[in-house]
Ligand binder design. Structure first.
Ligand SMILES: [Zn+2]
Length: 473
């Protein structure tokens, strides 16, 4: 990867030129000869690797979907075909390191760059998790992206961190680990709800006097709500970093408010977009200013999810990524299934001044859109919008929804745990009316226990939560 101090202040045109060079180089030097899936694709489609000179040539390469990478009973090797192989000339025993004058390492390629070091997985919300191979080269990059994350988030060495992401072979936990390591900050990588449990996380945060809490949005909300119920203050807490799951602006505001109610020292909330296939997490310097990308590591396109057509700056669409500096699992034009509501911007960030491209708005999930039938008419139900609405309902402590079908008609059954001191009948009526009006679906609301709901959505047991269940046949 490049020198961050330079690339993070580079004019947009120079960044685009650099990305063109990196794309051309990785296609010609690595992919065409060493990548089983794409070398075969290029040959079968008669694609000339030397003709890929930049992003304007990308349209010639078909998209890669998660299904392309998902191994099956009939084809158990699919994921393996996306792993960059050790180049033919490097397969022998590693040569001793050579050193040039002045003690600088010689840039000769090393086979360990290509050998699997750590295995990660996609979150697996819509399909089975896909394995992603990281090599030593990728882990070195993960340290570099950790440093960059610290820079964008403006984290300092004395920002003691409580990492409450659930322990898993997922980029979120490990990007934060490398972020804390490169920062030299004290950190408790707690393993989250599934390892340490919420009660002990609250205790540890206050015992350590940790100013930084990191987890997925719903876990943070539930932790702060629990502290309020227990009348436990959070006097050392200054900042919450959320990621891993849908994090619209409304949840940022809800967390800020709860931090104040818990008597936190400050109520800064920041969002990070973690993407296993990109091998990094991308932070916002401040909510609403966009996820700052590493343009020397990935190239991002925004496309129309229905037509596949490339979209311009600021247009809402699906995020598609191409690895520009990676070993192990490597993808070209990979459809993430994530939708940005604000599109892409190459303008310098008006808040921090970094010039790297930014993904604006909220990151929705394509798998949370459902094609339903209501009163004999087709309805597209946006589950992201339901989650956004429910994040803003301060009278609801926990909830989940089920999509059910009866006599050819689809509807929603919503189970809620109301906050204490609420008129439950009024709450149920309000939810029914609001949701029916926005989504044009029949809605039934019933009450459930906090434990039953949080267990079902996997608040503590999962690596993120699942709140909408499709029970149609
Ligand atoms: Zn910024």
């Amino acid at each position: 990867m490049q020198d961050w101090s330079k690339i993070s202040r580079m004019p947009a045109n120079n960044i685009k030129k650099l990305q063109d060079e990196l794309l051309s180089k990785i296609v010609q030097d690595e992919i065409f000869s060493n990548h089983p899936y794409y070398s075969n694709l290029f040959k079968s489609q008669g694609l000339d690797p030397t003709a890929i000179k930049g992003r304007s040539d990308l349209d010639n390469i078909p998209f890669t979907s998660k299904q392309d990478m998902l191994s099956s009973e009939h084809d158990p090797e699919r994921a393996k075909r996306f792993i960059l192989q050790v180049p033919e000339g490097l397969k022998s025993t590693p040569k001793p390191k050579k050193f040039a004058l002045l003690g600088r390492k010689c840039a000769e390629p090393d086979p360990t760059e290509y050998r699997m070091s750590q295995l990660f997985y996609t979150k697996g919300n819509d399909l089975d998790p896909i394995p992603i191979v990281y090599t030593r080269y990728d882990l070195n990059n993960l340290e570099e992206t950790g440093t960059r994350l610290n820079d964008i988030l403006n984290l300092k060495r004395d920002d003691t961190m409580l990492n409450a992401f659930s322990y898993a072979p997922h980029i979120s936990v490990w990007q934060l680990f490398h972020s804390a390591m490169t920062l030299g900050a004290t950190a408790l990588h707690s393993g989250g709800g599934r390892v340490l449990g919420m009660e002990k996380i609250i205790l540890a945060m206050n015992n350590m006097g940790a100013p930084v809490l990191v987890s997925h949005p719903l876990f943070v909300l539930a932790t702060l709500q629990t502290m309020l119920r227990q009348k436990t203050d959070a006097p050392s807490l200054e900042r919450v970093i959320i990621g891993m799951d849908y994090a619209p602006m409304v949840v940022v505001e809800s967390i800020k408010e709860l931090m104040l109610q818990c008597k936190a020292a400050n109520n800064l909330v920041q969002r990070v977009y973690f993407l296993s296939m990109a091998k990094a997490g991308f932070a916002e310097c401040s909510p609403g200013f966009g996820y700052h990308l590493n343009p020397d590591q990935i190239l991002v396109e925004i496309i129309n999810p229905q037509t596949g057509k490339s979209l311009g700056e600021g247009e809402k669409g699906e995020i598609v990524i191409t690895n520009l500096d990676s070993r192990g699992t490597l993808v070209l034009r990979f459809r993430t299934g994530d939708l940005t509501t604000g599109g892409l911007s190459s303008e310098p960030c008006p808040n921090c001044g970094h010039t790297v491209p930014r993904i604006l708005g909220d990151i929705e999930h394509r798998h949370d859109y459902y094609d339903l039938i209501s009163e004999k008419a087709s309805v597209v139900f946006n589950g992201n919008a339901l989650r956004r609405y429910m994040f803003g309902c301060k009278d609801v402590l926990a909830w989940h929804a089920e999509i059910v079908s009866k006599n050819g008609n689809d509807s929603l059954n919503i189970t809620v745990k109301p906050a204490g001191g609420i008129n439950e009948e009024e709450l149920a009526t309000k939810l029914q009316n609001d949701i029916r009006e926005e989504h044009r679906l029949a809605v039934a609301v019933k009450k459930g226990s906090y434990e039953a709901i949080t267990n079902k959505i996997g608040l503590e047991s999962g690596i993120s939560v699942k709140q909408i269940f499709d029970l149609r046949q």
